[in-house]
Write a protein that binds this ligand. Structure first.
Ligand code: AMP
Length: 200
């Protein structure tokens, strides 16, 4: 555990399921889907056809990219499962998150609501416990995620979270920077001695 994966083949995207979101956020989600396809990176996502999730997955699929959706049976209708992409149906939210985690080498967070928050706080809490070293990149247009980062900093200021936690992720303002930022993470390789690459 605590390892940065050697390979970057699959990228999990956590993002909102609302169709009422800012059209700019929906457009950016589609830009990311196409960018992942063009970079030959498989998209792993929540399996729905709604909101930023649907926009990202449809764009990746239409651009010829590989897509894996993971959706709980009880959400298939509500989140309008995308039936044109490979989808694993699970029975619980916990199972969904575990499979999304296991199937991914890195994570991207786009604007989202409480569901997205739940997913990324768990992911970062696992990072804080050194359970993984997978890259995490936030797309934060206009500082969208700044209130969350301020809350994290608040817990650091009160000595409830170690300061190193604030280095557990990277943030980009422009969606076009996501793939290059993922690729810029140091990785263990044949020409490097270290087996563990600490990102924090
Ligand atoms: P939201 O950001 O609220 O639009 O939700 C984004 C996605 O997170 C949706 O697909 C939700 O089904 C999903 N989600 C919400 N809570 C959880 C959870 N506890 N485990 C896994 N996925 C969740």
């Amino acid at each position: 555990m605590g390892l940065t994966p050697e390979r970057l083949d699959s990228v999990c995207v956590f993002c909102g399921s609302s169709d009422a979101a800012d059209p700019g956020y929906l457009a950016d989600a589609a830009v990311l889907g196409r960018a992942l396809a063009q970079a030959d990176l498989r998209l792993v996502y929540g399996g729905g056809g709604v909101g930023l999730m649907g926009a990202c997955a449809r764009a990746a699929h239409e651009a010829g990219g590989k897509v894996l959706g993971v959706i709980p049976d009880f959400l298939k209708e509500r989140e309008r499962r995308l039936d044109v992409v490979e989808t694993i149906t699970v029975s619980s939210m916990h199972e969904r998150k575990q499979i999304m985690f296991d199937q991914s080498d890195a994570f991207v967070v786009l604007p989202g609501g409480v569901g997205t928050l739940e997913e990324i706080v768990e992911l970062l809490s696992w990072r804080r416990l050194d359970l993984h070293g997978k890259p995490v990149v936030f797309h934060s247009p206009g500082g969208f995620w700044d209130p969350l980062f301020a809350l994290f900093q608040h817990t650091v200021d009160h000595k409830l979270t170690p300061p190193a936690f604030m280095g557990s992720w990277r943030t980009v303002e422009r969606i076009e920077e996501v793939v290059t930022t993922l690729r810029s993470y140091p990785r263990p390789g044949p020409d490097r001695d270290e087996t563990v690459v600490k990102l924090a």
